[in-house]
Design a protein around this ligand. Structure first.
Ligand code: NDP
Length: 293
């Protein structure tokens, strides 16, 4: 078993990003700029946004955070997004999910200018991804591709089973793994809560990508020996053992699955760190106008 070490890979890629951000600053006189909008005070969202902001500073980006109470109206939020869309000093705009029930996430996603949509959730970016055209790839799937690349894992011809079909992870991941590219060139099975015989499906996989949101859901008896395991899940539980007061678990029963896998991502220290790298790379590409002029 070999660990796919998100800490090592993310630090390495961030060094490159920092160099490129410094070049960008010296040629343009400005830093790549990421703006985040956070509504409410969900513990997980607070942590993710703080980490994104901190990482921006670390690689020499500018970052700004706009915070709103849960009581913010949809109209107020959409107006703010429109305003940021017009701001030439902003390269990337993300709105942290989930949003309160009275705000339609689809409207929010579609209001963000697709040229600043560094989370890659806008239908224009998803459509272009589907057609293998230059676009912002959703940050988590992008981070997973970078991880596979870093370890020179050739996925050509593999059977990839993705568990979970969300718009932000499972569905785009299934498209990317089936693309004519490497990583990619897989035969992909996209599974979800209505899949019959899920265990039999996962047992067929050369590569399993678990994005379910259920602690230790994928157990050793579901995994073919030698499979590659990518664990996207972040399940937070309160804990008295840690300083932060909570502990993170993946969707995969790491202790029992790791010994029979060929490669596996840990939680924490795996995909989560690579997601931030995906976001930073998209923001830099946006600043340099590499994808959209
Ligand atoms: P969603 O809740 O949007 O989607 C979960 C998916 O899992 C759904 O498609 C659902 O099926 C499927 N599912 C749920 N229960 C089962 C089951 N018993 N059997 C099979 N499939 C099931 O989650 P996300 O995709 O947003 O996130 C998934 C996990 O990844 C979460 O733990 C989240 O915190 C984490 N995450 C981690 C990131 C990172 O950077 N590492 C980034 C984003 C998310 P159905 O569609 O039928 O309901």
């Amino acid at each position: 078993m070999k660990l796919l070490d998100g800490k090592y890979v993310s630090e390495k890629v961030k060094v490159q990003i920092a160099e490129e951000a410094a070049d960008f600053l010296s040629t343009t006189g400005r830093k790549p700029h990421l703006v985040a909008i956070l509504v409410g005070n969900d513990g997980g969202s607070e942590t993710y946004v703080a980490s994104k902001m901190k990482n921006c500073e670390k690689v020499g980006f500018k970052s700004s955070l706009h915070r709103y109470d849960n009581s913010v109206t949809e109209a107020e939020l959409l107006a703010k997004i429109e305003e940021i869309n017009q701001d030439d000093d902003v390269d990337g705009l993300i709105v942290q999910l989930p949003l309160p029930k009275h705000i339609d996430p689809e409207k929010v996603t579609e209001t963000i200018d697709y040229r600043k949509d560094v989370d890659g959730f806008h239908p224009v970016n998803l459509g272009r991804m589907m057609r293998n055209l230059p676009c912002f790839i959703p940050a988590t799937p992008y981070g997973i591709l970078l991880m596979l690349q870093e370890y020179n894992i050739d996925t050509t011809g593999m059977h990839c089973v993705v568990v979970g079909r969300s718009n932000i992870v499972g569905s785009p991941m299934s498209i990317l793994m089936a693309r004519n590219a490497n990583p990619g060139n897989c035969t992909v099975t996209l599974t979800h809560s209505r899949t019959k015989d899920l265990k039999e499906q996962i047992l067929q996989a050369d590569i399993v990508i678990a994005a379910i949101g259920k602690k230790n859901f994928v157990t050793a008896d579901m995994v073919k020996p030698g499979a590659i395991i990518i664990d996207v899940g972040i399940n937070r539980e309160t804990s008295t053992e840690t300083k932060s007061g909570f502990k993170l678990y993946g969707d995969v029963d790491f202790d029992n699955v790791a010994p029979i896998s060929s490669y596996i991502t840990p939680v924490p220290g795996g995909v989560g760190l690579m997601t931030i790298v995906g976001l930073l790379k998209n923001t830099l590409a946006s600043a340099r106008k590499e994808i959209y002029k």
